[in-house]
Design a binder for this molecule. Structure first.
Ligand SMILES: [Zn+2]
Length: 138
């Protein structure tokens, strides 16, 4: 597992361009590591990022074809929206996206601290030896 922490783009980016960016960034890391392919990619996606998960998975399947990312599992960590509440003096998680107000004291707040993420968290590369084993079995 390689920790990356790469930010992929703004929250209004279309899923297809996001998928292309994932394939580009993760593909570079595969090549740098000398890996034949990646088996899994972990993304951190905020609930406020406006990314449609199904559309992203579909797009990833399309753009990863013929790349080291083809067939890799897409793991998605959903980041809940969090705002800063002045009266409470701490960050609070929003129970819904309908109302940007503290769920504890009800104070409205537009100070968003989390939930807009769109990051490539990590990439799991295939062990080259496992590829050799597969060849040997055939
Ligand atoms: Zn509060």
């Amino acid at each position: 597992m390689k920790q990356l922490g790469v930010e992929l783009g703004g929250h209004l980016m279309h899923e297809l361009s996001i998928a292309s960016r994932i394939v580009e960034v993760a593909g570079d890391h595969c090549r740098d590591a000398g890996a034949v392919r990646a088996v899994a990619i972990t993304l951190r996606i905020g609930r406020l990022s406006c990314v449609h998960e199904d559309a992203l998975r579909f797009s990833f399947g399309l753009v990863s074809e013929g790349t080291p990312l083809a067939g890799a599992e897409l793991r998605i960590i959903h980041v809940p929206p969090t705002i800063w509440c002045g009266p409470c003096g701490r960050e609070v998680e929003l129970p819904s996206l309908q109302k940007f107000a503290c769920p504890i004291c009800g104070t409205p707040s537009g100070d968003i601290r989390a939930g807009r993420e769109l990051d490539l968290e990590s990439i799991e590369l295939a062990d080259e030896r496992s590829t050799v084993t597969e060849d040997a079995i055939r």
